[in-house]
Ligand binder design. Structure first.
Ligand code: APR
Length: 320
């Protein structure tokens, strides 16, 4: 069987980490693409030289030519600019929208059969624009945000309860911004819902509320510490988990920025919801019952995403 081909558009911090992880996991041959000449080639060479030590024979190449992504099975997009301290994800809109146009057209012309995972921020608007510019089916273009946001939530919950992260399963819905919706109701420690753990005296509602808030600003906390860019290890790990779910037809239910039409009262919008990811891409959106607070919070988040789309359409009239 031919090896799978993974194309990574954007060879910056996340792109390089994605390539490293994909090589270590043997997902397939890797093409790192970037507009900057030398960077993808240099990173590809450096990463290839891990092979003799790690024992992988993955072919890793760097490129500035979209023709080299031809035939890619999975494409992960991190092209664009990242946040600096004081910036919100939404501040990136204008610059990254132009980048999504170039990337979307590059994918449309060279690898229209790929499963595309967008990581570029502001995520929910960029994945929508990327889908519009590429013209690929909605089920083949998704955004990575919820896996990362849930990982952050799980990490904080594990710390709070003093348990292994392996036993924590948490859920974050909505847009990938300050209005995201961590859902304690569906977050568990080995099956025990967080609200029950509060009732059992293992934490307090105030502490859980603080964790929810820290999860919402989890990316900003790292930007403020790094000062020169944004998080990349956990975003890359999360993107790879989604790629694996597709490549190995795992049918995992992952919180994914997917195109929602009808469910959750959302009509024609990319927003974070639980999605079955398998060989068919985003195979099914799972509609879970939400309590009134989560429902109201989700609506706020959906409205925030809608505002971003209006802004996108204002910047690029072809999207209107
Ligand atoms: N086509 C391809 N690559 C591009 C383009 C383009 N049109 N424009 C910029 N790039 C490249 C840059 O040259 C850089 O190498 O995208 C890369 C981005 O890398 P970083 O600046 O290191 O950013 P990173 O931390 O990887 O984050 C990328 O993901 O999480 C989001 O908010 C984050 O939007 C940001 C993106």
């Amino acid at each position: 069987m031919a090896r799978k081909k993974i194309a990574l558009i954007g060879a910056g911090n996340i792109g390089g980490t994605l390539a490293h992880l994909a090589a270590l996991k043997g997902l397939g041959d890797i093409v790192l693409f970037d507009v900057v000449e030398g960077v993808p080639q240099g990173k590809a060479l450096d990463l290839s030289q891990c092979g003799p030590v790690e024992g992988f024979d993955t072919k890793i190449t760097g490129s500035n030519d979209y023709a080299d992504i031809a035939g890619a099975d999975v494409i992960i997009v991190t092209a664009g600019v990242a946040r600096k301290p004081g910036m919100s994800r939404d501040d990136l809109l204008g610059i990254n929208l132009k980048v999504m146009k170039a990337v979307g057209e590059g994918i449309r012309d060279n690898a229209p059969d790929a499963f595309v995972i967008c990581i570029t921020n502001p995520l929910d608007a960029m994945v929508w624009a990327l889908r519009e510019f590429s013209g690929l089916p909605h089920n083949k273009v998704v955004g990575m945000a919820g896996v990362l946001d849930s990982a952050r939530f799980s990490h904080f919950l594990a710390d709070e309860f003093g348990v292994s992260v392996k036993d924590v399963n948490s859920f974050v819905l909505g847009g990938h911004g300050d209005t995201m919706v961590p859902v304690p109701q569906y977050s568990t420690v080995n099956g025990i819902p967080v609200p029950d753990l509060v009732k059992m005296g293992r934490s307090t509602q105030e502490r859980i509320d603080a964790i929810v808030q820290r999860t919402r600003s989890g990316g900003g906390e790292i930007v403020a510490l790094l000062k020169t860019g944004s998080a990349y290890y956990a975003p890359a790990t999360s993107g790879i988990a989604m790629a694996e779910a597709y490549l190995y037809d795992q049918k995992r239910i992952l919180p994914t920025a997917a195109y929602v039409e009808g469910k959750y009262g959302v009509d024609g919008l990319y927003v974070g919801v639980p999605v079955v990811i398998g060989a068919g891409g985003a195979e099914e959106i799972v509609e879970i019952e939400l309590d009134e607070t989560a429902k109201a919070n989700l609506q706020v988040s959906v409205d925030a995403v809608k505002e971003l789309l209006v802004a996108c359409k204002g910047i690029d009239s072809t999207l209107a």
